[in-house]
Design a protein around this ligand. Structure first.
Ligand SMILES: [Zn+2]
Length: 152
C-alpha cells in the first residue's frame, strides 16, 4: 500500500517519500528485534528506501510495537516458567528466591500482570538450569543460611 502524496527525501533528494505499509520490516524495540506489523504506515522513500518517521508514524509504531513486544515477552515468560516449574515444583520457593510477592508468578501466568523484561530476564537465566541457579541465587542472598544448610 502506497499513498499517492509524496514528499522530498532528505537523503537522496527524490520526490518519492510516501506512506508504505508492508510486512517484513524489522526494527529494534527496547531489547528485542521485532517485525513491524504489516499494517503500520511508515513514510518511506521509494527511490533509496530511507524511512522518515514523523509524529503520526512514531505514535502508530510505538503502539503496534508495544503490543508485539509484550506478546514476545509473554512467550518467553511462559517457556521459562514451564521449564523452571518442571524441575522445581515449588512456585513459592521460586518467588521467594527471586524476591517477588507470593502469587506474583501466578498473576503473570494468568495474564493479570504484564511481565517486565527484568523478570523475564531473571526467569530465562534461572530456566537454563533451574535447581542450580535457584541454589546460587539463594546463596547469593542468604550466604550464611546456605552454609549452615550445607554443613548440616
Ligand atoms: Zn530517498
Amino acid at each position: 500500500m502506497t499513498r499517492t502524496t509524496t514528499r522530498r527525501c532528505g537523503q537522496c533528494g527524490a520526490r518519492a517519500v510516501g506512506g508504505v505499509a508492508r510486512a517484513g520490516r524489522l526494527t529494534m524495540y527496547r531489547n528485542l528485534e521485532l517485525e513491524v506489523p504489516a499494517h503500520v504506515v511508515v513514510p518511506t522513500c521509494a527511490k533509496c528506501g530511507a524511512e522518515w518517521i514523523d509524529e503520526a508514524a512514531a505514535k502508530a509504531l510505538d503502539e503496534a510495537l508495544e503490543r508485539v513486544y509484550e506478546s514476545k515477552l509473554r512467550t518467553r515468560l511462559d517457556a521459562a516458567l514451564e521449564k523452571i516449574l518442571s524441575e522445581e515444583g515449588s512456585q513459592a520457593r521460586v518467588e521467594r528466591v527471586l524476591g517477588v510477592s507470593p502469587g506474583y508468578l501466578s498473576k503473570l501466568k494468568l495474564g493479570r500482570r504484564s511481565p517486565s523484561a527484568e523478570i523475564v530476564s531473571a526467569l530465562a537465566l534461572v530456566s537454563a538450569s533451574p535447581k542450580r541457579r535457584l541454589a546460587e541465587l539463594d546463596n547469593f542472598y542468604n550466604p550464611t543460611g546456605a552454609r549452615k544448610r550445607a554443613a548440616g
